[in-house]
Design a protein around this ligand. Structure first.
Ligand code: KIV
Length: 305
């Protein structure tokens, strides 16, 4: 197994120091030995550290941040500069996981030169190790070109959110024979182009299983059933931070909305009732300064009389 030891960095536990850096090669090895691959999105330093230190193998700075972080209705508006800002923050928090940056809508659709230049920015400026591109067969040539420039690419097929206007909504894909055939062609084209993995989103379990058996590259499912080589979910979905009902495939592992809401309400109540800050939570003058200050104040009071 090809593994890279991690060098020491302040602030990370010694337990983490013992673990091995995840690479595109180690993901393939995981597929071969049927060890499920885990992936979560992260959008900032704190969440990146939590995800990384929990042992998740891939951290994705998804363009879903358009919705989860920036409050847009869909992923189409987020820009390269906005994505890069978050990729840099996540880079500072991730040590072991493979860092994947999502190419936003418009960053690879205009021409291959600008696509290559945007992918390069994610690597050089953001420290990403892999870039993710939505689309199958029709993106294979572009993906080959980016890989030729030494940038690993993650594919993404099925329900591709950047195609929301073409799909007419967020709809499960590959439900009929022609849809299944297209998905198979897409997966095989990406596999042949040499992608590091393929995200399978919003497709029937049976189709995801067929694709996973067919391709050598690891498949990472989201709403694609349990036969994929790995699973990805959105950080805000698993923690109830989306202010919307979850999709069918989302499992909630915590209620951060309740936790944060309760903490914020408790802070407000403490301030309003003068319970915060207490004397112990306040700084005090040194004894000598306090004595000097009392003398000065006494003198002032005497002068006023
Ligand atoms: O942007 C994102 O979060 C994604 C995942 C849902 C795969 O692309």
């Amino acid at each position: 197994m090809s593994v890279t030891p991690i060098g020491g960095r302040p602030g990370f536990s010694s337990h983490d120091e013992l673990r091995q850096k995840v690479t595109t090669a180690s993901l393939r090895e995981q597929k071969l030995r049927h060890e499920p691959i885990t992936c979560l999105t992260a959008y900032d330093y704190a969440t990146a550290r939590l995800v990384d230190e929990a042992g998740i193998e891939m951290t994705l700075v998804g363009d879903s941040l358009a919705q989860t972080i920036l409050g847009y209705d869909n992923t189409l508006s987020v820009t390269m500069d906005e994505m890069l800002h978050h990729v840099k923050a996540v880079r500072r928090g991730v040590k072991r996981a493979l860092l994947v940056a999502d190419m936003p809508y418009g960053s690879y659709h205009v021409d291959p030169e600008s696509a290559l230049s945007n992918a390069t920015r994610f690597v050089k400026e953001g420290g990403a190790e892999v870039v993710k591109i939505e689309g199958g067969e029709k993106r294979a040539d572009l993906i080959r070109r980016i890989i030729d420039a030494e940038i690993p690419v993650a594919g993404h097929i099925g329900l591709t959110p950047q195609s929301v206007n073409v799909m007419g909504g967020y709809k499960v894909q590959g439900k009929n024979l022609s849809g299944i055939e297209q998905l198979m062609r897409d997966a095989v084209a990406l596999d042949r182009a040499g992608v590091a993995c393929i995200v399978l989103e919003g497709i029937p379990r049976e189709v995801a299983a067929m694709i996973t058996a067919e391709v050598g590259t690891p498949t990472i499912g989201i709403g694609a059933g349990p036969e994929c080589d790995g699973q990805v979910l959105v950080f805000h979905d698993i923690l109830n931070l989306t202010f919307a009902p979850p999709a069918k495939f989302v499992r909630r592992y915590g209620d951060a909305a309740a936790l944060i809401g309760n903490a914020v309400r408790a802070f407000r109540a403490d301030v309003k009732s003068l319970q915060y800050p207490s004397d112990e939570e306040s700084y005090h003058l040194p004894k000598e300064t306090r004595a000097g200050l009392e003398t000065v104040l006494a003198r002032k009071r005497a002068m006023r009389r």
